[in-house]
Each structure stands twice: as C-alpha cells, then as structure tokens.
Design a protein around this ligand. Structure first.
Ligand code: NAD
Ligand code: GLY
Length: 366
C-alpha cells in the first residue's frame, strides 16, 4: 500500500470497518482481496463515473466473478424504479447471498447500492468506493442508505454498514468545481456542529481546498471522516446526537424536493440551509451577529448559495419542511447552533422565529 494512505475506523462492534483515504487506492487489488469474502462482485455505477473509473476498478478485481450495472446519472434517478435495475442485474447474473455489491460513484450511487445490498436476499456484503468529495466526507460513511420519494427526500431506506470505504483522492481530479463546492458544504458542517478548531482551520485554508491542494483536501477528508465516525459510533441508528449531522438539511431537503430533485445539488441545499439555520439561531439569541456573519461568509467563499431559491414561498417552505425524518409526533425538530462548534437538536424554538426567518428570506428574494 502507498505510504500516503490513512486508515480510520468506524467502531461499531462486529459491524466495525475501516475507511481508507489516499491516492491511487481504487486500483489496489489487495484492498478488495482483504474485504471481499466471496467470489461474486456487482459494481454499481453511473453513466458518468463508469467511463472514468470502471475499467481500472475491474482490473483490480481480477480473479473475482464481476458484473456491473450502470444507472442513469442524477438525483432525479434515485428512485424505486431505477433501484430495481440493480436487482435485475443481480438476478440475471445469478448472484447469490455471498456476493458483494460495490458502489462506485457519488452519494446517489452509494445510497442506492447500499440499500440494494441491505435488501438483496435480506442482506449481502457491501463496499463503498466514493468518487465525489461529498461522498468521501459524508455519505459513504455511517451506513445510511436509501432513495427519494416525490414527496420527500431519502424517505425510503435502511441503515446498512459497508465492509470498508475506499476513498481514492485521485478521483477528485475529474470532479467539476460545482460538485467540489457541494462537498465543502458537508465539510463546513462538521466544523459547525462539534469541531470549532476545524472550522477555524477551514476559514484559514478554504482557498487551498478550492485550489484542490491535495494535502489540504486529504486533511479535510480525514478530519471530516473522524468527526463522522465518532458520531456514528456513539449513535448508529440516530436515537439522538447523530441528528446533529443534519445541520442545514431540513431546510436543504425542502429546497431539493421543492425544486424537483437535481436542480439544486444536495450540497447547495445544505449550504443555503446552514445559513438559514444560523439566521434562526441568531433570532433565538443563541448565536451572535459576528458568528452568523462568519458562517455565511465561509459558505459564500466556498461558492455555495447563501439563500434559498426565490420560487419557494415561506408557506411552501414550511409545508416541505414538515416531511422530514426528524419530525416526531408531528413536531418539527431542527439542528440549531449555540455557537461555532456547538449544536443541538431541538423542537424548543418559537415557531414565530422560524416564520420570521422564512419571511426574511422570502422578502430578500422578492
Ligand atoms: P452525486 O452522486 O449525484 O454525484 C455528483 C455528480 O458528480 C454526478 O453527476 C456524478 O456522476 C458525478 N461524479 C461522481 N464522481 C465523479 C468524479 N470522480 N469525476 C467526475 N464526476 C463525478 O452527488 P453527491 O454530491 O456525491 O451525493 C449527493 C447524494 O448523497 C444525495 O442523494 C444525498 O441525499 C446523499 N447523501 C447521503 C448521505 C448518507 O449519509 N448516506 C450523506 C450525505 C448525502
Ligand atoms: N448524513 C447524515 C448522517 O449520516 O447521519
């Protein structure tokens, strides 16, 4: 293995697994040999990623019985109908319950392939090879898998952990700037929810990340995965603190659903959503004006939107926000901030302040 490889661990008892982060990992046969127990490997990818990375991956899987299924590219295809293509491929190739499903792609492919692994013959082996920044820092780690419904984002799914995560930072070379920025939204999130020191590092090193400085990017991926692994190990099934990882997401998911999946990127919704959560936190008196300004400034510098789209009225926004996995007994719970690096999940906020926040953005957009 190359000397630049970092290995982190997600500590979940018998479901524990490593996260490998480094350059050139996608082509390292030894990693697959170590983590694939059977002979059959189904690679799930999409029509953008497969032409770039399927061939070197299949070369590294030499010796296994491989097949692949190439899905259409886009958040709008994260549906039950397209998901079924994975089962068509598994059954057409007579894959049995010792098979491994390997996700090669961003968060959409990882979520769909992982959910297929959870469901096929009631559960088969699963490996994540994330190829976007967002997937390397967030979606490939922690075992959330699933699909969208027209009425709500990620509403159908399962918790299902991979056997390992192989994050090859070389794959980021082919990612466009908009997708890189989308990944940065989730990176910034970690600094805000629990890791103030990392937030300061991000303020100081954002230009390096935007310039794709490989050592800065590797550090940001490692630190993000460390943060995520810690939260997931403490609360795998989101009974409590794991919800903090959803800072900005209730607002962001409302934007994604309201705009029709694929128009706004997930990370863009999260970026604007973080600004909205900061605005509400400030209205509640939990965040200072200068803290809010720092948050909006870093989101803007990352190249992300700092406000929701004008098309969504405050009323429509509220309606969309009511379809969220954090709603319990009809109560909307939000992740809010009590400082940089200090977050909480709460339903204890004044709904007039939420209304005022939505109205403020509605007015600014008019
Ligand atoms: P994505 O999977 O749609 O990938 C973004 C785009 O980049 C796609 O067009 C893809 O084909 C392309 N792409 C991927 N890798 C590439 C590469 N190396 N070079 C060039 N192009 C490449 O989006 P994403 O931002 O990776 O993931 C967003 C999805 O992840 C959303 O559906 C979101 O709900 C989900 N998500 C899940 C979790 C989780 O915990 N499971 C966490 C965060 C987000
Ligand atoms: N991305 C949120 C979570 O994994 O919990």
């Amino acid at each position: 293995m190359e000397s630049t490889t970092q290995t982190l661990h997600v500590d979940l008892g018998e479901r524990s697994y490593p996260i490998y982060i480094g350059t050139g990992l996608l082509g390292q046969a030894e990693l697959y040999q170590r983590h694939i127990p059977g002979q059959q490997v189904m690679v799930v990818s999409n029509e953008t990623v497969a032409p770039l990375y399927l061939e070197p991956l299949l070369k590294a899987l030499n010796g296994f019985q491989t097949a692949s299924v190439i899905l259409p590219d886009g958040e709008e295809f994260k549906t039950l109908g397209i998901w079924n293509h994975i089962f068509d491929a598994l059954l057409n190739n007579h894959f049995d319950r010792r098979c491994t499903i390997l996700a090669l792609g961003g968060g959409v492919i990882g979520d769909m392939a992982g959910f297929a692994a959870a469901a096929y013959q009631r559960g088969v082996h699963f490996i994540q090879v994330p190829t976007t920044l967002l997937a390397q820092v967030d979606s490939s780690v922690g075992g959330k898998t699933g699909l969208n419904h027209a009425l709500g984002k990620n509403m159908i799914g399962a918790f299902f952990q991979p056997r390992c995560v192989i994050a090859d930072t070389n794959t980021l070379n082919t990612l466009d700037d908009r997708q890189l920025a989308a990944g940065l939204a989730e990176v910034i999130k970690y600094g805000l929810i629990t890791d103030a020191e990392f937030f300061i590092w991000l303020e100081q090193n954002l230009n390096k990340l935007l310039d794709r400085d490989i050592s800065a990017l590797s550090y940001a991926i490692q630190r993000s995965c460390q943060n995520k692994a810690q939260v997931v190990a403490a609360d795998e099934l989101e009974a409590g603190q794991r919800a903090l990882l959803n800072l900005g997401h209730t607002f962001g998911h409302a934007i994604e659903t309201g705009m029709g999946y694929g128009d706004w990127l997930h990370g863009e919704g999260v970026g604007a959503g973080i600004c909205m959560a900061a605005t509400l936190s400030q209205k509640l008196g939990w965040l200072t004006d200068s803290e809010k300004k720092r948050i909006v400034a870093i989101i803007e510098r990352a190249g992300l939107p700092i406000a929701p789209p004008a098309q969504l009225s405050p009323e429509r926004f509220k309606e969309l926000m009511s379809v969220d996995k954090k709603v319990l007994d009809g109560n909307l719970r939000l992740i809010l901030l009590q400082g940089i690096g200090k977050s909480l999940v709460t339903d204890d906020f004044k709904h007039d302040d939420l209304k005022a926040t939505l109205n403020e953005y509605g007015k600014a957009n008019r």
